[in-house]
Design a protein around this ligand. Structure first.
Ligand code: PMV
Length: 328
């Protein structure tokens, strides 16, 4: 059977950085995110006895079977084959409507779409919790792209207790995440490797000592829709994440000069009265959150910054869904 899924990327307001179990991708702490309406991966999977090995095509490029990208897909398909007791290989065709590997979490939408498409093609009838657990094993943050809207990845200690749940539907809060693309340069160190070295930073322990309170506070601000306090927290969290990255061994510097320029600009716009706050992940591109009423002003400002190649406006969205529009 053939199945196709569409999955959103997500922006973590409180980040997942570091693991208590690498094989199972169990994070050291809970995280909180929002699904993004305009950063989408569409993936079609078909298990077929006519293939001798799995095939993977992304954005019209067919990758070598031995490449890292394909091996990650094969490993994930193996998990699904095991659950569905399937022997046949699969053809997987995937398409991102945004740049990959520049810090926009294409692995979260990618592995969420692969999970749901492959599980459906394998005739597995999995619950949202089971899909989230399965997606987590492919890419941690992918588990948060399964449920709808504003999401918490629970701080579970085992395979079966580490999954994401919806905290609020997309309609809960009229905010936007405007993504500013400043370079298509691909990052040198992927988040999988970065996650492994997080605990080498001397500041990691301090982060962990405060993280439970941070999660509680973020949930409460989200529930009450207190934008400026929430934004302050989100921006401080992104800077804390990068303080850990920069001071890890080996040190990870994901920023480009343009990223720093943008951080300063966001602060300047704020000092001029525009309520906007930034967030960053493993890459140079920037997320800027604002209330819906301020989107026009923010996008006008971004339009006049020569370093911003493109910007993408995202609203809170549902999680991963099935579609009948197959890619092949
Ligand atoms: O799921 P991964 O291994 O790609 O890690 C995601 C890491 C961050 O984007 C920096 C943080 C997060 O929670 O999304």
């Amino acid at each position: 059977m053939k199945a196709t899924a569409i999955a959103p990327s997500n922006l973590a307001f409180i980040k997942y950085w570091g693991r208590k179990n690498g094989d199972l991708r169990l994070p050291t702490n809970a995280s909180i995110s929002m699904n993004l309406s305009s950063l989408l991966t569409t993936t079609t999977v078909e298990f077929t006895s006519s293939l001798e090995q799995d095939e993977f095509e992304l954005n019209e490029t067919k990758y070598d079977y031995d490449s890292k990208k394909v091996q990650r897909v094969v490993k994930h398909l193996d998990r699904i084959r095991k659950l569905g007791q399937i022997k046949s290989r699969a053809r997987v065709v995937s398409s991102n409507n945004f740049p990959s590997d520049t810090g926009l979490s294409s692995s979260s939408s990618g592995l969420a779409a692969l999970t749901v498409a492959a599980a459906t093609a394998a005739n597995l009838n999995l619950s949202e919790k089971e899909l989230s657990i399965l997606a987590r094993k492919g890419s941690g943050s992918a588990c948060r792209s399964i449920p709808n809207g504003f999401v918490e990845w629970l701080d579970g200690d085992s395979d079966q207790t580490s999954f994401a749940v919806s905290l609020f539907p997309p309609s809960h809060w009229e905010i936007a995440d405007v993504v500013a693309i400043i370079s298509n340069e691909q990052k040198e160190v992927g988040s999988t490797e970065g996650q492994e070295s997080a605990n080498t930073s001397p500041f990691y322990e301090t982060r962990l000592a405060k993280i439970d309170n941070k999660i509680k506070k973020a949930k409460s601000l989200l529930e009450k829709r207190q934008f400026s306090e929430f934004g302050e927290m989100v921006e401080a969290e992104a800077l804390e994440l990068h303080a850990i990255m920069i001071t890890s061994s080996p040190s990870l510097i994901y920023w480009q000069p343009e990223t720093v320029k943008m951080m300063k600009l966001v602060k300047k716009w704020r000092s001029e009265g525009l309520q906007v706050y930034f967030s960053l992940n493993t890459g140079q591109d920037m997320h800027i959150i604002c209330e819906k009423k301020n989107i026009a002003q923010l996008t006008a400002n971004l339009g006049s910054v020569p370093e911003v190649k493109e910007f993408i406006v995202n609203y809170p969205s549902n999680g991963t869904s099935i579609t009948n529009e197959h890619l092949f």
